[in-house]
Design a protein around this ligand. Structure first.
Ligand code: M6R
Length: 620
């Protein structure tokens, strides 16, 4: 949700902190702030709105007034308290000596707030976070940890409940930051004479590729020379070092006008890299496999849990896995999963799909599944994040960093990875012969080229969006695997254009949604291949005629050469031929372009950061 950054070193902390915030703004962008710490002094600035507002404010104040080589910074996605200057982070303690930033939710903040107020201290913001600053000052000024910044910060962390990452600084210890985490991300960047903390590696990717993951309920102290990791009781523990396998360029726009556009064009590579290394010597292999073939053979039921676009990728997995493996698959929105008390046992495989690996709803679903004895396999794009860490097996999608809040390349990579999971199950259980698996793999491996071809629809969709203009509502229809694609297309449009959009199973149309059709209403129809499942094809051609007869403007996504749909399409978007189950990896692409272009027609130019959203949703 929020982005947090911390820097200690010998360079210009303000500039380093602001650069880091800029790279991480996709995580949250309703306000931003930075505190630069030097002996005896905190230079603080924070502003409502996007980071540019903070930058302007800093320029007004004068950058020379932010001297110091330690800083903490934050971009916010509000949970407690409106987005405004006061609620923005960092928060300062009552004595002006401590500054903190926080990501997550401090669940016992009301009790802590009452305790602080009872000591005559006035809290100035509506946030849950501010308590951490005052608690630090109280612990540092009196009692058992008096005068000991590190011990004081640890004592505060031990008192917090909920999910949080908190960074602490104090004017009496200006050469260090103490930070701690529970269930929200915190990565340490290890530099040369400087060290970093970030919500993700984008915080320091320009200065080091050496990083360290912290475990649950761990804290870290960073100084320019070293980092030390502790549990909240102060016992020294180990972190998990890793090397970052992408570079600064991957986190930049590369000549595109938005990250989202750049990421749409990265889809051939995202799918290629995700598949790479998963079919070796005629066998399907996963990445971090702590599940044996015998475990996979024992599976009697599969649940896919995920949110948003990842959930749509799971809907597709259901079609593929049930068809290939003949085992029942349920797909469930992660936020509902654990509250419904699903029937789980050792023979249940839960597949948790998440780009960020941080989504709180999905993480809690994973924990619930594990507590009931189920086995969990994560499909994730972020190395070292919490969801894969807590799962029994992992299949990483290698889409690279996805900055645009609307998921594009990560979604396509998730679909491909989910299919690999299906093939791994089919292999272990013998429901597909090896040559059948090889044929499906060949088809998947042919996709990058077909994705390139599909990207050539760019200009046609730009013109189409321009002709449609600022539409107020749009419907999306699909059958079979076209249905999840319709839902994904509608979600993209809602997120980016802020208009009403709905995805339906085309067969459901007559049971209600057809009442929505009126003259000139744009309706996108995802048409299955006429070759793979001809029965689906002919049914959807009838659906197109039904909506045309009622005045809809049809935007038809169909396989090249599908002449049967041409007479009924106001706009025809042709994608390369491929098999039924694989088609969604192509048919989604025109809908991504369409959403971005209609968003601009509707006046939203900043498609990377749609209002009210954040890239990683680390609160439930
Ligand atoms: O990081 P995750 O894949 O777990 O995120 C899940 C959803 O929050 C995410 O897909 C969201 O729906 C996107 N903004 C969709 O474009």
């Amino acid at each position: 949700m929020c982005a947090i950054v911390g820097y200690v070193g010998n360079a210009d902390a303000l500039q380093i902190g602001l650069d880091a915030l800029e790279r991480m703004e996709y995580r949250g962008y309703d306000s931003a702030g930075i505190a630069v710490v030097e002996p005896g002094k905190i230079h603080l600035e924070k502003k409502e709105g996007k980071l540019t507002n903070l930058l302007e404010r800093i320029d007004e104040v004068g950058r020379e007034n932010f001297s110091g080589t330690t800083c903490i910074g934050h971009t916010r996605w509000a949970t407690h308290g409106r987005p405004n200057d006061t609620n923005a982070h960092p928060h300062i303690s009552f004595d002006g000596k401590a500054a903190i930033v926080h990501n997550g939710i401090i669940e016992n903040f009301a009790t802590l707030r009452a305790e602080i107020e009872s000591q005559g201290i006035e809290l100035v913001s509506e946030t849950d976070s501010e308590v951490a600053a005052h608690l630090l000052a109280l612990a540092y000024n009196e009692g058992a940890t008096k005068g000991d910044f590190e011990a004081s910060a640890l004592s505060v962390l031990a008192r917090l409940e909920g999910a949080f990452t908190v960074l602490f600084t104090h004017v009496d210890a200006p050469d260090r930051i103490v930070a701690g985490r529970r269930s929200t991300p915190l990565i340490v960047g290890v530099g040369d004479g400087e060290n970093f903390i970030g919500s993700d590696v984008a915080a320091f990717i320009d200065r080091t590729k050496n990083a360290v993951e912290l475990g649950q309920d761990n804290a870290v102290v960073i100084t320019p020379e070293e980092y030390r990791i502790y549990d909240f009781q102060g016992n020294e523990v180990e972190g998990k070092p890793f090397t970052i396998d992408w570079d600064l360029e991957a986190a930049q726009k590369d000549g595109f006008d938005s990250f989202m556009m750049k990421e749409i064009y990265e889809q051939p590579a995202a799918v290629r890299d995700t598949l790479a290394g998963h079919f070796v010597d005629g066998r399907v292999v996963l990445d971090e496999q702590r599940l044996s073939d015998e475990d996979l053979r024992q599976v009697e039921k599969v649940f896919v849990v995920a949110c948003g676009s990842a959930y749509h990728s799971g809907l597709l997995a259901k079609y593929a896995i049930e068809h290939w493996v003949r085992v029942p698959v349920e797909i469930e929105v992660a936020s509902e999963f654990r509250y419904r008390d699903p029937v789980l046992d050792r023979q249940t495989l839960v597949v948790a799909v998440s780009q960020s690996g941080e989504t709180a709803d999905t993480l809690e679903a994973v924990r619930h599944a594990k507590s009931q004895g189920a086995r969990v396999l994560a499909v994730c794009n972020t190395n070292g994040s919490q969801i894969p860490r807590e799962s029994d097996a992992v299949l990483y999608t290698h889409a690279g960093p996805e900055i645009g809040v609307a998921s594009t390349k990560a979604f396509l990579a998730q679909v491909a990875a989910n299919y690999v999971v299906g093939l791994a199950l089919a292999q272990a259980r013998g429901t597909k012969y090896s040559d059948e698996i090889a044929t499906i793999f060949d088809e998947l491996e042919a996709l990058p080229e077909k994705i390139e071809k599909t990207l050539e629809l760019r200009q046609q969709i730009l013109d189409l969006a321009h002709e449609l203009g600022a539409v107020r509502t749009m419907l999306f229809l699909g059958r079979h695997v076209g249905y999840p694609v319709a839902c994904e297309g509608a979600l993209k449009l809602k997120e980016l254009a802020y208009i009403h959009a709905e995805g339906f199973a085309a067969g459901e149309l007559k049971h209600g949604p057809i009442a929505l059709i009126e003259d000139d209403l744009p309706v996108v129809v995802v048409v299955p291949s006429p070759h793979g499942r001809p029965v689906l094809h002919s049914k959807i051609v009838s659906n197109i005629q039904e909506i045309r007869a009622r005045g809809a403007k049809t935007i038809v996504v169909a396989e090249a050469g599908d002449e049967a749909v041409r007479p009924f399409a106001n706009y025809l978007l042709e994608i390369p031929q491929t098999s039924t189950l694989v088609q969604p990896i192509l048919s989604t692409i025109p809908l991504q372009f369409l959403a971005a272009d209609i968003a601009r027609e509707c006046g939203n130019d900043d498609i990377d950061k749609p209002r009210n959203l954040a890239k990683s949703v680390t609160v439930e």
